[in-house]
Write a protein that binds this ligand. Structure first.
Ligand code: PEP
Length: 252
């Protein structure tokens, strides 16, 4: 039985004060969170440590939105897996479409980051997904398969099984346009098959596959009850405590 993972990606939102205020709201709701669901929030780098400290004793995990693959060195402005580990970070989002689109993230670096995360015991959430143009040309599955194959190249089965995959069609991110629950589940199931082709069903049956793209309280129920969808990666709606709470409690 796969546990659902509901993750909030705060992106480049919330200064320290706003981050701590939002966390206080989550804390006040947390005893009503569905106990069978893992809850994760991913603030900006600079707010990871204070948010982590504020959540001490609460069952809410903390993740980073990116990291470098090297442990240290002359990479000005970057944050390493060892730095994240040293402050107790549990998860890291890798290959988000905004990083691929605006910061030259490519599958080769996603692959290096995925491996580096596992070396340091951080769970990577690897984002894959097609553009609108690719979907309209009928190459969405080919595109996503290509990403999976490259992102998991030479990744050991013992690490693959602990990797979360977020299917995020780019045309649905921050646009208010959601994939239908059928489209989302079809791709999640296709992704599971891709993982099975590489690692076998023992592994693919256990891999957590999230959907991301304009998930809100009013569409979460339908999306999160699909057979191959094990949670959601949520941008905009994770910035509102009540809405995020409602999504968590839909994830049965
Ligand atoms: C995301 O940032 O991964 C995302 C899915 O954003 P939104 O929920 O705002 O579409």
């Amino acid at each position: 039985m796969r546990r659902k993972l509901i993750a909030g990606n705060w992106k480049m939102n919330n200064d320290l004060d706003d981050s701590l205020k939002l966390v206080e709201k989550f804390k006040s709701l947390s005893d009503k969170f569905d106990k069978d669901v893992d809850v994760l929030i991913c603030p900006a780098f600079i707010n990871l440590y204070p948010v982590k400290q504020s959540l001490e004793g609460y069952n809410i995990k903390i993740g980073a939105q990116n990291m470098h693959f090297e442990d240290y060195g002359a990479f000005t402005g970057e944050i390493s897996p060892t730095m994240l580990k040293s402050i107790g970070i549990d998860y890291v989002i890798i290959g988000h479409s905004e990083r691929r689109q605006y910061f030259n993230e490519v599958d080769e670096t996603v692959n290096k980051k995925l491996k580096a995360a596992h070396i340091h015991g951080i769970i990577p959430i690897v984002c894959v997904g097609e553009t609108l143009e690719q979907r309209e040309s009928g190459i969405e599955k080919e595109t996503v398969k290509n990403q999976i194959v490259k992102d998991f190249e030479n990744v050991h089965a013992s690490e693959a099984v602990k990797t979360v995959i977020a299917y995020e069609p780019i045309w649905a991110i921050g646009t208010g346009r959601t994939a239908s629950s059928q489209q989302a589940n079809e791709m999640a199931s296709f992704i599971r098959n891709c993982v099975s082709e590489i690692y076998g069903t023992d592994i693919s049956d256990k891999v957590i596959i999230q959907y991301g793209g304009s998930v809100k309280a009013d569409n979460a129920g339908e999306i999160l009850t699909q057979s191959d969808i094990d949670g959601a990666l949520i941008g905009g709606a994770s910035l509102k405590a009540e809405e995020f709470y409602k999504i968590i409690n839909y994830a049965k």
